[in-house]
Design a protein around this ligand. Structure first.
Ligand code: 4GX
Length: 255
């Protein structure tokens, strides 16, 4: 899979991509990222990429020419690609969309804006607008990295000995269960006995229950389409929680 990134801060993209799972995937050649510096596609002496907004107001707006020139350069290979604009106005990114991109696309071109945004006429050259969440970043670079990272993880061979992408928590539709490693006791806090028991069936059941506990607490909206087994565990969990609430010993519940 190939990614192309258009940005005025190419080092920001390159630095992140050197490390960890994504860094290894790129070294192995199972994914490729090409970063294009928008200033290389300016035509004036000062390599200017922005200007004042028509209609007035604070801040600067990125001009369309550097993007247009970079896209024309990139697209000259004639290979089909999906061009994505990162912005808070876009369709909300998710694990489902990461899978969709991995399955459907061979090349993703990611457009990173800075300042107040990009001249609206960029839309004529964009296939889809994507937002990574409801907050305001200082530029599209982090959003592009979020997309590259989450899609590269799905490529077979990207996760070496680590868990397969299928095993990953969000794939199962719930939040993750708690993880522990040595030491067995730290500052009086013990690792749950069940994890030391060696009883793999009980451990799997405990993990499912704790995953459901986390999901119920922070993301109850994800608790749908449960299997019969998940529903049984959830009911058990709910009655334990109800009991604690009635006894007045449960920690405060959200909302
Ligand atoms: N998910 N930002 C982009 C500048 C901008 C605005 C409009 C193009 C059009 C963001 C997000 C995000 C801040 C990146 C504004 N560029 N991007 N930037 N949330 O907040 O993706």
């Amino acid at each position: 899979m190939k990614f192309e990134v258009l940005t005025i801060f190419p080092e920001v993209i390159e630095c992140y991509l050197k490390h960890g799972v994504v860094g290894r995937a790129l070294n192995k050649g199972i994914a490729e990222v090409k970063v294009y510096n928008l200033r290389d596609f300016t035509t004036d002496r000062h390599r200017k990429v922005d200007d004042y907004p028509y209609g007035g107001g604070a801040g600067m707006v990125m001009q369309i020419e550097p993007f247009y020139n970079a896209l024309r350069h990139i697209k000259s290979d004639g290979i089909p690609r999906k061009v994505i604009l990162l912005s808070p106005q876009g369709r909300r990114f998710s694990q489902r969309i990461a899978k969709e991109f991995y399955k459907e696309e061979k090349t993703l071109t990611l457009i990173c804006g800075r300042y107040e945004g990009i001249d609206e006429r960029i839309k004529a050259f964009v296939d889809e607008e994507i937002s990574i969440g409801d907050y305001v970043l200082s530029g599209g670079e982090l959003a592009a990295l979020v997309i590259i990272d989450s899609v590269v993880r799905l490529i077979p061979g990207a996760l070496g000995d680590e868990l397969s992408a299928e095993e990953d928590s969000f794939m199962k539709g719930f939040l993750d269960y708690p993880h522990y490693t040595r030491p067995e006791e730290f500052e009086g806090m013990r690792v749950p006995d069940i994890l030391l028991s060696g009883d793999h069936k009980k451990i799997a059941l405990w993990r499912k229950k704790e995953a459901l506990r986390n999901t119920l607490k922070n993301r109850p909206d994800l608790l749908k389409n449960l299997s019969a087994e998940d529903m049984k565990i959830l009911k058990e969990l709910c009655s334990e929680i109800n009991k604690k609430i009635l006894e007045g010993v449960h920690e405060p519940v959200n909302n």
